[in-house]
Design a protein around this ligand. Structure first.
Ligand SMILES: Nc1ncnc2c1ncn2[C@@H]1O[C@H](COP(=O)(O)OP(=O)(O)OP(=O)(O)O)[C@@H](O)[C@H]1O
Length: 513
């Protein structure tokens, strides 16, 4: 504006936006032009009051221009003195000053008023609001480092009776990455949802407060068996069985179609206690509604990240994994599972399976060596961390499929699993795309998909999503198979070569992790 005043250019027209009503962008540009042409420099601030207090340091006049943005501050009343204070100023909001005592709003003395009445005064004002405030002399120095977290729960300020101001609140869904910009208040933090293009932060419950809220909700709900699954989602168990009779063009490890069947059938056979199996991960998932995350980019010399695929039975997890490995078996590989069953004539230990005794297997279970394991027809089957490590150490990308309750076993500092959730497309697309496909069920090895298979898949995906969505690094809707393969390949490449949000404990390992 200073330069404009100096140069005094003459506008071509006073009303140029009429020239181009159809093109929104151009219209915006032209109306900006008109604003300058008409010298319409909002806001016009009201004149300063004549009677300024003698002690200039003691009070300040703060003038804010109202627009569609919230004011960005919450106020509170001191119950004893009746004085009104700015309780909290929202980071990046209009009123980015904190702790000041408000004595007047638009000329009305507000001492002794209820906060709601003060808000009424503000709400009535048009254009500008003038506050007379007594600034606090000693402002707390906030020496905060940047904190990023992944939300492990959903939150909606509109449904929270306890939030100081629902309009200043920020809703989030589990899995969202939040930048915490202010943690000075023990109960209400300020945060931005990433990726963010707003300067203004929103109020969210602090970790302790959200934890308390979750516990209250949990206690107030009637018992549902699936809740125990959420709470003990780290019970890692599954049943794995012999390779299916299906043969492929090349031998590929771990395409055990019946393994997933078996998991379904024997779902509840093995449930090791949380404390003996994975105390640290259980504890943190139960107690931290926010998981601290950092941006991580794999160094080209580091081992690849493990790729773990999961999804409801029949959605196509194995098909996608098989096709990915087929694309380039020199790059992608599955992990060789262990079993206690006797080898068949053509089988070689270390190729189809590692064959081992029951005693050794039990020992491995005891020593937490398995990502997943289970029993089928009297034999034990399982995938170990060592088998995964072997593939990763060979420089290849290890691709495995897991049940959702094995997620915590692979989300570790060492494996740095990238979790891809394979989601069914909408029902009508399932019907169309699976017309010529075959499903394997508990009773049939291969039969065409039926309507109830699709319904079951939908139902299962809803359950998986409601319990585990926060852990998914990528969601792949398996609609057209070819497209899904391309998407999978792209996601895997990104997982290895592009920066990703990962748990901070992977980068700064703690005693627990
Ligand atoms: N996008 C797709 N379009 C059409 N058919 C598909 C698609 N994805 C997978 N299929 C087919 O659906 C069937 C089930 O797939 P797949 O065996 O991979 O399921 P899964 O998720 O591993 O489940 P399960 O563990 O029960 O075997 C297979 O015949 C597969 O070829």
């Amino acid at each position: 504006l200073q330069r404009y005043l100096r140069d005094s250019p003459t506008p071509a027209l006073d009303y140029a936006s009429g020239l181009s009503l159809q093109v929104a962008l151009r219209f915006a540009l032209l109306s900006a032009h008109d604003t300058v042409a008409q010298k319409d420099y909002e806001p016009v601030l009201p004149p300063m009051p004549d009677e300024l207090p003698d002690d200039e340091e003691a009070t300040r006049i703060v003038c804010l221009v109202k627009n569609k943005q919230p004011l960005g501050a919450t106020i509170k009343r001191n119950e004893i003195s009746g004085e009104i204070f700015v309780a909290r100023v929202i980071h990046g909001g209009l009123a980015d000053r904190s702790g000041d005592r408000i004595i007047e709003v638009n000329g009305f003395p507000v001492d002794g008023m209820e906060p709601e009445q003060v808000i009424q005064v503000q709400a009535r004002s048009q254009g500008t609001i003038m506050f007379k405030v007594v600034p606090i002399t000693e402002r707390p120095v906030h020496n905060q480092t940047m904190l990023y977290v992944r939300a492990m729960a959903d939150y909606s300020p509109q449904q929270d009776q306890t939030i100081p101001c629902a309009d200043a609140g920020m809703s989030f869904r589990k899995g969202d990455v939040l930048e915490i910009v202010d943690q000075t208040d023990a109960l209400w933090w300020q945060a931005k949802k990433l990726p963010s293009n707003t300067a203004c932060a929103g109020l969210i419950p602090s970790a302790n407060l959200l934890k308390r809220k979750q516990r209250e909700v949990w206690w107030s709900q009637p018992y549902q068996p699936c809740q125990s699954i959420i709470l003990c989602s780290m019970y890692w168990f599954a049943c794995i069985t012999a390779p299916s009779s299906r043969t492929f063009n090349f031998f590929s490890v771990g395409f055990r179609r019946s393994m997933r069947l078996c998991r379904r059938r024997f779902h509840s056979t093995i449930q090791p206690s949380c404390h003996t199996r994975c105390p640290s991960s259980c504890y943190s998932a139960l107690n931290s509604p926010y998981e601290e995350v950092v941006r991580y980019q794999r160094h080209p010399q580091d081992a690849h990240r493990l790729i773990a695929l999961l999804g409801p039975s029949g959605v196509g997890v194995n098909e996608l994994r098989r096709r990915l490995i087929e694309i380039n078996p020199n790059i992608f590989q599955g992990a060789v599972p262990y079993t206690t069953r006797a080898p068949k004539g053509y089988e070689e230990s270390g190729r189809e399976y590692y064959f081992t005794s029951r005693e050794t297997f039990d020992n491995m279970v005891y020593n937490n060596r398995f990502v997943e394991y289970g029993e089928y027809k009297g034999n034990l089957y399982g995938t170990t961390v060592d088998s995964v490590r072997e593939v990763l150490n060979s420089g290849k990308i290890c691709v495995i499929d897991i049940e959702a309750n094995a997620i915590q076993a692979v989300r570790t500092h060492e494996l740095r699993a990238y979790i891809i959730y394979v989601k069914p497309p909408p029902l009508e697309r399932l019907r169309e795309t699976r017309q010529d496909s075959y499903i394997t069920t508990n009773y049939y090895v291969n039969r065409p998909f039926k309507e109830e298979d699709f319904q079951e898949m939908e139902e299962a995906s809803r359950k998986i999503e409601s319990h585990y969505w926060q852990f998914f690094d990528h969601v792949l809707v398996n609609d057209e198979l070819q497209d899904s393969c391309v998407q999978l390949l792209t996601a895997v490449r990104k997982a290895q070569d592009e920066p990703q949000w990962v748990p901070a404990s992977w980068i700064r390992p703690t005693a627990e992790s």
